[in-house]
Ligand binder design. Structure first.
Ligand SMILES: Nc1ncnc2c1ncn2[C@@H]1O[C@H](COP(=O)(O)OP(=O)(O)OP(=O)(O)O)[C@@H](O)[C@H]1O
Length: 232
């Protein structure tokens, strides 16, 4: 299997405190890797280090190719829409930023894939929470990335919207996209992830497929595992 990203010995300190503390992590092509762990464990900082948005104090990150960034899509927690513009216009502006030559039909088919066809003319800031998440994912897949980073893609969504985003993620993996996502919803992690990395206090505390983790820790759910591993 081809390794798409390999982070080795990452360290990030804020003042004297290492919030990422010698962390190793990799993702293979086609995997859906879930990063889980308590609030403040260092998950977002780890993603930032991997993406080069923050500079590591130690360690290295290698990608499957030398210039990976045209092949990467990133959805961070806040959604950067242009207020006052509809979904289609937002997509067009993002396409221009990426330097992509997409026709209206290309963009409409991506919006279709994200189940947003009905709301293409609706102002982005009037879309429901689930539609906004799907629009932000639509923006990250416009350039057909091989690797996607999704930071809590289903947080604060109702069950139906959550399921829609989950279906979208599953349809992307069916096309071979590798996905790294963070989530606090253990049931969802179990449904989506092919492999799970549990981070606690800036270190990897457990790693494996959901089934392997349940067996290894003798638990019946990832939630139980999470509670067990985060007990004082
Ligand atoms: N710029 C910064 N300066 C100082 N401390 C920071 C900075 N950014 C993050 N931290 C601290 O680093 C720790 C890890 O934060 P991080 O956002 O990576 O956690 P997380 O695991 O993503 O949490 P959550 O689940 O709440 O999103 C936290 O204690 C946070 O307060």
């Amino acid at each position: 299997m081809e390794i798409v990203v390999h982070a080795r010995g990452l360290v990030k300190k804020f003042g004297n405190r290492a919030v990422v503390d010698g962390l190793d992590l990799f993702i293979e092509r086609g995997e859906v890797l879930a990063i889980i762990g308590p609030n403040g464990a260092g998950k977002s900082t780890t993603l930032d280090l991997i993406l080069g948005l923050k500079q590591a104090d130690a360690g290295s990150v290698t990608y499957w190719r030398e210039d990976p960034f045209h092949q990467i899509g990133v959805q961070l927690q806040s959604t950067p829409f242009f207020p006052g513009f509809n979904a289609l216009e937002n997509m067009r502006m993002f396409a221009a930023f990426y330097g992509l030559r997409l026709t209206n039909n290309d963009i409409l088919s991506i919006l279709d894939q994200c189940d947003l066809r009905e709301v293409v003319r609706t102002n982005a800031d009037r879309l429901s929470g689930g539609q906004q998440k799907r629009l932000s994912i639509a923006m990250t897949i416009m350039h057909k990335p091989q690797l996607l980073f999704l930071d809590e893609p289903t947080s604060a969504l109702d069950p139906r919207a959550r399921r829609e985003v989950r279906n979208l993620i599953q349809s992307l993996t069916a096309t071979g996209t590798s996905i790294i996502f963070t989530s606090h919803d253990m049931e969802e992690v179990h449904k989506l992830a092919t492999r799970v990395v549990m981070i606690n206090a800036g270190r990897v505390q457990a790693v494996g497929t959901p089934e392997d983790l349940l067996t290894e820790y003798n638990v019946t759910s990832l939630e139980e595992l999470y509670i067990q591993l985060t007990e004082d």
